[in-house]
Design a protein around this ligand. Structure first.
Ligand SMILES: Nc1ncnc2c1ncn2[C@@H]1O[C@H](COP(=O)(O)OP(=O)(O)OP(=O)(O)O)[C@@H](O)[C@H]1O
Length: 553
């Protein structure tokens, strides 16, 4: 699409030519006046006038479809612009669909005209088709858009109207752009991104949402600002919060809002820093680079044997490689880029990643709030109020439940009464389960508090004797608990109920709880409950019909 500058420089050339034509015409006028009788003189002047362009008549600008072998972008812009100017009298329409756009585009057809009025100037557009023969002797049809208007308005048409036409068609292209989702599997592979999430449908704190929208708006408008202050035109966001609180939905909403493509990167699929750099420089402008579950990815690599050898930094993917990239290379390539890191455990991130200036905005995606519930009820049931709202809002404040879990319940019926009734039942069950889990913890804490000091001393001594093994085991457990298990049987090996619930699970699998190792009362009571899965996470609930996990002794 030509820029307004291109249009203006074309205008300068055109204005100079028009001036030349006018000068030639007035020279001829003077000569003819001096030597030819008046009657013949008028005839000759009107003939020459129509040939050279009489200053008082109309003028036509022609935009051919091709400039040599290259598509004439001005022709494309006019064609798109005219989609809103189709007169009711039109008989032929051109219908086309560009590969990267969502909707069909309809514009005036061959021989049809359309009238537009710009700042009081009436202009006429016409689509013209001409049969032509190429130098190779092939017949073809050349198309062009012709724009006619009073010659005296040349300045305004060239300096204001055409840039306006270009801007309008650019805006249309932006609105209809099909976004791409790239994922990495040796090279970037893309599919169309049709994620319906928007800021309107997103259940999150309304002030935080508005702050983020303002931040994005400021970012995209600040090209000159970034240049002036000597900073790369980039922005980083860290999204953190429990699973199912809408981190991925927020990324899709950002992409839809900005019309940016998404590059989704699994750091675990990369072997080394150099591979990381190579694939990142091949991403395009106006894009969002997403690295999900960053806590798992960086931890994973720093656990590799031999990770302390400086030469290994080129052979492995390391956290410092990632940080160097964010600060250095990424900053010097491309424009209008956003990087989003997500984590379920902000507290596990390396402080280097959280340092001011690295991620510009830290966004907490929390459990569902009453305000978030209202957004979901409006999305799923199309209602803004209901007699059950007060009860639901009260329960939502009392329990920790994700927007994803609420959404799941609301989807079960399109009838508001039924869906909300079930939601009340669900929230009550979760509340009971969470209370029981808390009671269990309290009992356990009390029990520990009552244990004999002799036992405590012996435990401490045992730990002191083998700190390396203990640390290794802890590390291994931490990594295991944050990774989605690849088998259908998974030994959670968890020390706390919170850990157990944070394990990302497959949608259908069996879980073996190794209670013997924990060997404490709380675990027996947990084992006696039934486990249910919500959004790939475990939640305890005493409802047999909802058991998706089969527990094995
Ligand atoms: N805040 C929210 N607003 C609207 N819908 C939500 C929200 N959170 C979750 N959902 C719904 O739950 C589904 C799962 O949410 P999403 O994948 O965005 O969560 P997440 O935080 O990225 O989870 P994970 O950490 O497991 O990837 C979404 O498809 C959406 O339908």
């Amino acid at each position: 699409m030509p820029s307004a500058t291109t249009v203006l420089s074309t205008y300068s050339t055109f204005a100079a030519s028009a001036m030349l034509v006018r000068t030639v015409f007035s020279e001829i006028q003077t000569t003819v006046t001096q030597i030819i009788p008046p009657k013949i003189r008028e005839k000759i002047l009107s003939k020459i006038g129509s040939l050279l362009g009489n200053p008082s008549s109309q003028i036509t600008l022609i935009f051919d479809d091709y400039d040599g072998y290259a598509v004439n972008q001005m022709y494309e812009a006019c064609k798109i612009f005219l989609r809103t100017k189709i007169p009711p009298s039109v008989q032929k329409l051109n219908v086309f669909r560009a590969p990267e756009r969502q909707n069909l585009l309809i514009t005036i057809g061959e021989g049809e005209t359309a009238i537009d009025i710009f700042e009081g100037i009436q202009v006429k557009w016409e689509m013209v088709c001409t049969k032509k023969r190429s130098i190779e002797g092939v017949d073809y049809e050349a198309r062009s858009m012709e724009l006619s208007f009073p010659k005296k308005n040349m300045d305004r048409i060239l300096s204001s109207y055409l840039p306006y036409v270009v801007e309008r068609s650019k805006a249309f292209i932006e609105e209809n752009k099909v976004l791409k989702l790239y994922s990495y599997g040796g090279s970037w592979e893309s599919t169309n991104l049709h994620h319906p999430s928007t800021f309107e449908t997103l259940a999150m704190d309304s002030k935080l949402k508005q702050d983020l929208i303002n931040d994005l708006d400021r970012f995209v408008k600040r090209k000159k600002y970034y240049k002036r202050v000597g900073r790369a035109w980039k922005r980083g966001y860290l999204l953190y919060g429990p699973p199912g609180t809408g981190k991925s939905s927020l990324i899709a909403a950002m992409a839809n809002y900005l019309k940016f493509d998404i590059y989704d990167l699994e750091l675990t699929s990369l072997r080394c820093n150099s591979e990381f750099r190579r694939l990142l420089v091949s991403t395009t402008n106006q894009s969002i680079l997403v690295i999900e579950d960053i806590d798992c990815s960086s931890e994973l690599r720093s656990q590799q044997p031999g990770g302390h050898n400086p030469n290994d930094s080129q052979l492995q993917l390391t956290l410092s490689g990632l940080l160097n990239f964010i600060d250095g290379l990424w900053s010097s390539c491309g424009d209008e880029r956003i990087i989003v890191l997500t984590t379920n455990h902000k507290e596990r991130l390396d402080p280097a990643l959280l340092r001011p200036g690295r991620m510009d905005m830290h966004i907490h995606m929390s459990y569902c709030t009453p305000c978030g519930f209202k957004t979901l009820a409006s999305n799923y049931l199309g209602i803004r109020d209901h007699r059950l709202f007060p009860e639901i809002e009260k329960l939502i404040v009392e329990v920790e439940v994700t927007p994803a879990a609420i959404a799941e319940e609301l989807m079960k019926s399109e009838e508001a009464d039924i869906a909300l009734g079930r939601l009340v039942e669900f929230l009550t069950r979760v509340k009971t389960a969470q209370n029981e889990a808390t009671d269990g913890k309290d009992k356990e804490a009390n029990k520990k508090g009552n244990e004999s000091p002799v036992v405590d001393q012996s435990k401490k001594k045992a730990k002191r004797n083998n700190p390396t093994a203990r640390n290794q085991k802890r590390k291994a457990m931490r990594v295991a608990r944050t990774r989605t298990p690849s088998t259908t049987n998974y030994d959670v090996d968890s020390a706390t109920w919170a850990d157990l619930r944070s394990v990302p699970l497959l949608s259908a699998m069996e879980v073996t709880l190794t209670c013997g190792r924990c060997g404490i009362g709380m675990w027996h009571s947990v084992v006696n409950l039934h486990l249910i899965i919500l959004n790939r996470r475990l939640v305890v609930a005493p409802v047999k019909s909802q058991i998706l996990f089969i527990m094995r002794p």
